[in-house]
Write a protein that binds this ligand. Structure first.
Ligand code: ADP
Ligand code: MG
Length: 508
């Protein structure tokens, strides 16, 4: 029930209005002066009806109308007083004597308005509270997402900067992204392979990469190898492992493939295998050569002794002559075998590489010319001296130049290039325009006893390889059938010790 306060000095007026409003269903309080009214207000009053006598200061309205509705009945009835009363906060101003109906209506409207205002206030309060809560939640959310981003960022960084390739695939095996190392190894940009199935990248005849059964069971095989097709069609051997990719709920959403480029490791493995083979072949060869040399020496002395028994004009002498010649040839082969089987430690001295080359050329000049081969030199000026064993390196250049000349039976050009290669290496390139070689020949080139020549020993390149290795250098070959061959020898300018395999430049 709404609480009304009637403030009027005349008891008659108060009684009259009390009856009216009590009848209308309000709880009515009375006050005869301002002090009393202010005291009553403390009890909680919703609306004040204030009959203001003429000349009474209208400021009093201000105090009474704070937080409640006030209806001012202005006794003077003057327009200016009515306006003033409004200005001081009266909700409604009426002239004396007010129309009863108007008064009732005014009270009702005033209370209704107050109720609406109060409701609005409550709603407003609720809203502000909600807003505040929402802002707090928003802030919390912001923080959380920032943290999430940070975590994502740092794991992104780790994935990007790790040396191994990493490919993420969805449940269909389609690539959704890859890290920088993967891009580098495969030559693709992440975007280019997105949506391509990982299996499409494997070289022909290779086994499956994604074994979902294993992935699901989180079986990790670390020794898996597969050849992948790089951008541009070349292939690269990689070792890889796969693991499931799960979302936050732990459901499997795809797989993660981590892989490493095995090209270097493969080369090292081959190198090791080759060295092993060389070592055991060396042992065997040394044994055999030794066994042959002694009886051969015996045969030779006997043949020589027998020859001296005959008259030099005797035709039988010619046969013995032939025998001795063959023995000499076999002996020089044995000599070569010994070099191969019992390699000497190089005696290093700082030496001019071009000088060694020149020595070989001057020794071979005649046979080179006879073949119609033209030498084209390109020596860089001011080359540094290289720590090397001149006799052994002579042997190497001799072998390569003889091979080159032999590869050009109809003549051609022999290019000899010497240059510095970076700050640590000297390169000697011996290139011919001869018959070249097939991929199969190229693969066996350095194998001892591998030869395609009827009178060849197949030891020249094997020995050369070993010598260069002892010098801490390397030999590489480029050749195609009919397009000549290019042998590049790199010698280190510094270390005399053999360089460990994993530090050799690419191409060994
Ligand atoms: P050999 O000369 O006694 O055959 P090498 O070890 O010197 O033994 O060479 C092995 C084989 O490598 C040769 O028989 C030849 O088939 C091939 N080869 C070497 N050098 C060249 C070259 N410059 N051009 C073409 N083939 C070559
Ligand atoms: Mg040879």
């Amino acid at each position: 029930m709404a609480r009304l306060l009637i403030l009027a000095s005349e008891p008659q007026v108060r009684a009259d209005w009390k009856e009216l409003f009590t009848h209308a269903g309000y709880q009515v309080f009375q006050a005869s002066d301002l002090d009393q009214a202010l005291r009553s207000i403390a009890k909680g009053i919703d609306l004040v009806i204030y009959k203001i006598p003429p000349g009474f200061p209208l400021q009093s309205i201000k105090e009474l109308s704070r937080d409640r509705t006030l209806i001012a009945i202005v006794e003077s009835g003057q327009e200016k007083d009515l306006i003033k009363a409004r200005a001081f906060g009266a909700y409604l101003t009426l002239r004396w004597p007010p129309d009863r109906w108007e008064l009732l209506q005014g009270v009702e409207n005033g209370l209704e308005r107050r109720r609406l205002i109060n409701e609005g206030k409550i709603l407003m309060e609720k809203l502000t509270k909600k807003n505040r809560e929402q802002r707090r939640l928003q802030r919390e959310l912001d923080n959380l997402s920032k943290k999430a981003l940070e975590v994502e960022d740092s794991s992104y960084d780790i994935l990007q900067s790790m040396g191994s390739g990493l490919i993420i695939v969805d449940l269909e095996g389609k690539i959704t992204s890859m890290n920088q190392a993967a891009e580098r190894i495969l030559g693709y940009k992440s975007k280019e392979v997105e949506e391509i199935a990982l299996e499409d990248l494997k070289a022909e005849g290779e086994k499956r990469i994604l074994n979902w059964e294993d992935i699901r069971r989180e079986v990790v095989r670390i020794d898996q190898e597969v050849e992948l097709i790089k951008r541009g069609g070349d292939t690269v051997l990689v070792g890889f492992s796969t693991s499931p990719r799960k979302n936050v709920k732990g459901e499997m959403v795809g797989a993660i493939v981590i892989f490493r480029d095995l090209t270097e490791i493969k080369k090292m493995r081959e190198n090791m295998r080759y060295k092993d083979r060389l070592a055991s072949l060396g042992e065997l060869t040394a044994g055999i050569a030794h066994e042959i040399r002694n009886p051969l020496a015996g045969i030779k002395t006997t043949a020589q002794a027998l020859k001296s028994e005959f008259d030099p004009q005797d035709p039988k002498c010619e046969y013995l002559e032939k025998i001795i010649k063959e023995i000499n040839r076999t002996n020089s082969l044995l000599q070569e075998l010994f070099i191969f089987a019992r390699p000497q430690k190089p005696q290093f001295v700082p030496y001019d590489v071009t000088k060694v080359l020149e020595r070989v050329i001057s020794m071979q000049e005649k046979s080179i010319e006879e073949r119609g081969v033209e030498i084209k030199k390109d020596y860089a000026p001011d080359l540094p001296l290289v720590p090397l064993d001149p006799n052994q390196i002579y042997q190497v250049f001799l072998n390569l130049i003889i091979n080159a000349v032999q590869a050009m039976p109809k003549g051609g050009d022999l290019f000899l290039t010497v240059k510095q290669d970076g700050k640590d290496w000297i390169s000697v390139i011996i290139r011919d325009t001869g018959v070249g070689m097939s991929e199969e020949v190229r693969a066996k080139l350095f194998d001892p006893f591998f030869t395609t020549k009827s009178m060849g020993t197949g030891l020249g390149l094997a020995i050369s390889y070993r010598i260069i290795q002892e010098h801490g250098g390397m030999v590489t070959v480029e050749s195609k059938p009919g397009q000549g061959a290019k042998f590049t020898i790199r010698l280190p300018l510094k270390g005399r010790e053999a360089v460990p395999d994993n530090q050799l430049p690419r191409g060994v």
